[in-house]
Design a protein around this ligand. Structure first.
Ligand code: ATP
Ligand code: MG
Ligand code: MG
Length: 550
């Protein structure tokens, strides 16, 4: 199902095609391989790939790898994996670094046209000369260098004859422009660094703002979609395409980035969580990364549907993380088998049930999806229930188990609490109950009614399991708006709770990424990293209920 929400970029594409501007649209997703992708990137991926799909165009995956210091092959591989997992196939797979030769040639062209010059000033001086919005900038003494001198110096930069920071190449535009980005922006810098793709071939690297329009034009991208921070760069983007005499003319369109409550969404900050071991890697289930969401138990379908429904606009907004949760519930509702798990067990002995006997009861797998059929679950004299499904001195309207009270065990019988067994500290360690054979589930028993229905697991066949319950990693309703240096102070110290309990025996063969709905507890995913032979680890994806309304 495609989105019903608005997408202004789609209207632009429709108009462009109607006007015959292009035979075919080309979009691209251009991550910098300096971290793992997050849910914000998913918004951009879904937008670019689905737009091209819908209008029979193409989408490239392009690694924007012009900054060798922060980039790594590990990130390249993870990005490919995540895009594929989200369900998308790229047409071309490119690296911006493959275009370094062409970019260099285009920079030389600018020099020859008198539109670029080599600058001797330091970064600080350049910044000071650039001025502010309230007044014009000051022209640098280097600005009037001859074409010959600039060509010579730029070649020397390329040949490694200068140290980092000693020289840069600048576009020569207008030091009085009201758009600061046009006040002779730096387009090449020196960096004696090994690049993950080009090795030591280059010691000068193009700046992002210069490289990006060239990359788009080289690939014949028609609609270059980026986030709003780049709006002020658009005039320079157009200037580069025009002055570098590129054959094709891509157009840049900006939309508001996705911001979610209770998390941060910048790779730089997420990397800090990883480096400072606040989480156990980029794929920690608390991370808003694609790999983290996958490990938590999110499906590509849920993420795609979320991305469609949030829409594409130019208005800033912070999306409630509960909206993301809404879509995984929707996706799993009919798909996930429903089973029972006891997360904090309390042993119950059914004293009138024959010792040594085990009976196998029928239980439907998903009442909302009958096609999933039924399963068999064991019942015997010893079972586990949830500790907080029993209270010795219950308040009014407590319908679960307490001394003398009768409840229904899901798929099994009514049981009644007869005796409470405690340890020397007074802690309840076991309950003695009786069951009524007449009340068997499915038998049509109508003799009397009980108000509470509990989940349970038969004790002798149960599988010991670990359950990991998550809370937000960051406590902040504003999400990740703006630069926030103190975000580490907002880290929630209780973002994970680990419980040890039991699941039904029919789940013994579960593999990483199998998903279940545990009766009354929510949706869980078998953790692919910590689950081993004989020990299942479950991540709670989401609880069952939410006040969130779409
Ligand atoms: P970060 O600040 O997390 O590093 P980035 O924008 O620097 O993000 P890139 O690798 O450059 O990361 O992003 C690749 C693409 O994904 C860009 O086109 C960018 O606009 C888009 N993108 C990144 N973050 C978001 C977001 N929160 N919402 C929507 N699109 C995003
Ligand atoms: Mg970036
Ligand atoms: Mg960034």
């Amino acid at each position: 199902k495609k989105s019903s929400s608005s997408n202004f970029i789609k209207h632009i594409v429709v108009e462009d095609l109607k006007a015959g501007k292009y035979d075919q649209i080309v979009t691209r997703f251009p991550p910098e391989p300096n971290g793992y992708l997050h849910i914000g990137h998913a918004k951009s991926i879904v937008l670019n790939f689905e737009l091209a799909d819908e209008y029979k165009g193409k989408t490239n995956l392009r690694f924007d790898d012009t900054n060798p210091l922060k980039e790594d092959v590990e990130f390249v591989e993870s990005i490919k994996e995540d895009v594929k997992w989200l369900g998308f196939d790229w047409d071309g797979l490119f690296f911006a670094s493959d275009y370094f030769d062409e970019m260099y040639d285009r920079a030389v062209l600018l020099i020859k046209k008198g539109l670029a010059y080599v600058e001797d000033m330091s970064q600080e001086e350049i910044r000071a000369y650039r001025g502010t919005l309230t007044g014009p900038g000051k022209e640098s003494p280097s600005r009037n260098r001859s074409v010959e001198e600039n060509l010579d110096l730029f070649e020397k930069m390329k040949n490694g004859q200068f140290k980092n920071g000693e020289k840069v190449l600048r576009a020569k535009i207008d030091m009085a422009s009201p758009n600061i980005n046009l006040r002779d922006p730096v387009i090449y810098r020196i960096s004696h660094t090994i690049h993950h793709n080009t090795g030591d071939k280059w010691c000068i690297y193009p700046m992002y703002a210069f490289a990006h329009p060239l990359e788009d034009a080289i690939e014949g991208v028609t609609h270059s979609i980026c986030t709003l921070e780049f709006e002020d760069q658009r005039p320079f983007y157009d200037w580069v395409v025009e002055q570098c005499e590129m054959k094709s003319t891509p157009r840049q369109y900006e939309f508001a980035r996705l911001n979610l409550t209770n998390t941060v969404m910048s790779k730089r900050k997420l990397k800090q969580f990883v480096d400072e071991k606040i989480v156990d890697g980029w794929d920690d289930p608390r991370m808003p990364t694609i790999s983290g969401l996958r490990r938590k138990g999110y499906t590509p379908e849920a993420i795609r549907q979320f991305c469609r429904e949030i829409g594409v606009s130019r208005a800033f907004s912070t999306v409630d993380e509960q909206m993301l949760e809404h879509f995984i519930r929707e996706d799993l509702k009919l798909k996930a088998p429903r089973t029972m798990a006891v997360l904090e067990p309390l042993k119950v002995v059914i004293t009138n049930y024959p010792e040594g006997q085990v009976e196998w009861l029928d239980a439907e797998i998903n009442p909302e999806n009958e096609e999933m059929g039924s399963r068999k679950i064991p019942f015997s004299r010893e079972i586990y229930i949830e500790q907080d499904d029993f209270m010795e001195n219950p308040p009014n309207k407590y319908f679960r188990l307490f001394p003398g009270n009768e409840v229904r065990l899901k798929h099994a019988y009514f049981i009644k609490c007869e005796e409470v067994i405690k340890d020397e500290n007074g802690k309840v360690v076991e309950l003695h109950c009786t069951y009524d054979p007449e009340t068997k589930s499915g038998s049509g028993f109508t003799g009397r009614k009980v108000k509470g229905t509990l989940h349970w697991v038969e004790a002798t066949n149960a599988i010991e399991s670990e359950f990991r319950l998550y809370e937000p990693l960051i406590l902040d309703d504003a999400g990740d708006e703006g630069e926030d240096k103190n975000f580490l102070e907002k880290v929630n110290p209780n973002s994970m709770e680990i419980l040890k309990g039991f699941v039904e025996p029919n789940m013994a063969e579960s593999k990483g990424h199998d998903k279940f709905q545990f009766f009354r507890h929510g949706y869980f995913n078998v953790d692919p990293k910590y689950t081993t032979e004989g020990k299942l680890v479950f991540n709670r994806i989401v609880s069952l209920k939410s006040s969130f309304k779409l």
